[in-house]
Design a protein. Structure first.
Length: 245
């Protein structure tokens, strides 16, 4: 497999879940990659799995100056960048009465503000052509209780994929989004989706199971590769049929 041969890629949030699965796919397809993460231990574990040539960058996805530092590190290492997967994010699920301004701002900083300003910082090194993929969520499409803030950030990412696709296409940059349904990642563990809660979630999925990170990664490889050259401003919904109910 060599769909990404000679291409360079940046994956934010590349230490677990969909990000790590995509990093594995990118490496297998021949790309040179850099990953970001906030936990130094997980960064080292990911690099050990992916290979010593992978660039591992510790970064806070919600810190704007940190995004500029990421862009500089990637630019110094690669010179140009062919692929960007904006995958870093957090999922906090609370009823509306339990939200405060600090938590609200943190979710929007990490899930939306950081990715936006990282794209801005990366513009000088983006190749022509290049591909940007944003990890959104079907939470933006369906009214799941307690997901109001998370869903709003993901809806904004889908909108950003559409608007930036129109703005950047003249530079040769394609922007698309993937919107996964429930996927077996650490996010669900952090949200307390175990036991009956997990069973209830799975019962809402027509396919009868959660997705696997690699199933999302395969779609991202298509969008990142030359095979997806005619795909611009699209949202790939990959949810086992959940949003069709």
């Amino acid at each position: 497999m060599s769909r990404l041969k000679n291409k360079t890629a940046l994956i934010t949030g590349g230490t677990t879940g969909i990000g790590l699965a995509t990093a594995r796919r990118f490496v297998a397809e021949g790309a040179r990659i850099a990953i970001t993460g906030s936990d130094p231990g997980r960064l080292e574990e990911a690099r050990a799995q992916l290979g010593a040539e992978v660039i591992a960058i510790r970064a806070d996805a919600g810190d704007i100056s940190g995004q500029r530092a990421v862009a500089k590190t990637v630019g110094d290492a690669f010179g140009k960048l062919d692929i960007v997967l904006l995958n870093a994010g957090i999922g906090e699920f609370r009823p509306i009465e339990q939200w405060d301004e600090v938590g609200f701002d943190r979710s929007f900083a990490i899930n939306l503000k950081g990715p936006f300003f990282l794209v801005q910082a990366l513009l000088p090194i983006l190749a022509n052509p290049a591909s940007i993929v944003l990890t959104a969520s079907i939470n933006a499409r369906i009214g799941i209780p307690n997901s109001s803030v998370y869903a709003a950030t993901k809806a904004a990412l889908v909108s950003m994929a559409r608007t930036l696709s129109g703005e950047l296409i003249s530079r040769g940059v394609r922007v698309n989004a993937v919107s996964p349904g429930p996927v077996a990642t650490p996010l669900h563990d952090k949200a307390g989706l175990v036991g009956d809660n997990l069973t209830g979630l799975v019962n809402q999925i027509p396919l009868g199971r959660r997705g696997e990170p690699d199933e999302i990664a395969q779609a991202i490889v298509f969008l990142a590769s030359d095979e997806g050259a005619f795909t611009v401003g699209s949202e790939f919904v990959i949810d086992g049929g959940m949003s069709n109910l």
